[in-house]
Design a binder for this molecule. Sequence first.
Ligand code: ATP
Ligand code: MG
Length: 253
Amino acid sequence: MGVDKLKPLRSKWLKTKVILNNGSIKPFIPDTQRYNKANLWSMISRYGMVYIKPEIGTYGMGVIKAEMLSHHNFAYQIEQKRLSFDNFDSFHASLVRLVHKRSYLIQRGINLLKHNKRRFDIRVMIQLSPDNQWEATGIIGRLGHPKKIVTNYHSGGKPMDVHRLLESHASLKRRNELIQEMNELGLRIARHMKKKYPYLKQIGVDIGLDRSLKPWIIEVNVKPDPYIFNQLKNKTMYRRVIKYFRHAAKKTK
Ligand SMILES: Nc1ncnc2c1ncn2[C@@H]1O[C@H](COP(=O)(O)OP(=O)(O)OP(=O)(O)O)[C@@H](O)[C@H]1O
Ligand SMILES: [Mg+2]
């Protein structure tokens, strides 16, 4: 029952608008606009690289990475296919065929950190505890498939220990600070969204880190998969995530 109440939150546009309403979360949200030709031009000329994605999407399907390489050179990649264009009009015409009549968003692209030449991002799990407190229960890295532009498990991404992924980018002290910062950001998002959606019991926040280690909120998932934590050798996080997950499911019935 509770699940249906969260149905509107399948829209990435609605979720973005909801969290933009909170001043302490807003600085971590990459500029996001609806897909149209004018917005494509303004976003790509401002940021150089953008992600174009379905308003309602899953598993990284249909996600496109687009770049402006010079004044007259544009390129995009979807799945493992990369196409280049020597003018903006033909670039946009090709994208429009992919977008077709569905609703797509354009988001400032984050140059994600890499590990062994593969991009990775971070998933932070925030759940309501059995005594009704929000807790950061799990954090895991997702290493993208070498030839793809998304990190999703269902698109060939590999769940990995965050410390391992961050090892070459930050000292142990800095890594621990960063993990705490991401957990706190996740907790702020959960508390804020719960005010408007009281049925919310867990969220999974996808966080991208750029070279300066600034966390960017790529997406807030309201039905996060708890089982990716089972991919870690150490089962401590997995056990707690599953315990809270089952508890939340019971209360919904
Ligand atoms: N703005 C961005 N900058 C860098 N990488 C991005 C950006 N947006 C998306 N990505 C990459 O693409 C992946 C998929 O994007 P996103 O999470 O928005 O959609 P989805 O996974 O298809 O949707 P859902 O999580 O609801 O199933 C992200 O996990 C990330 O690796
Ligand atoms: Mg996602």
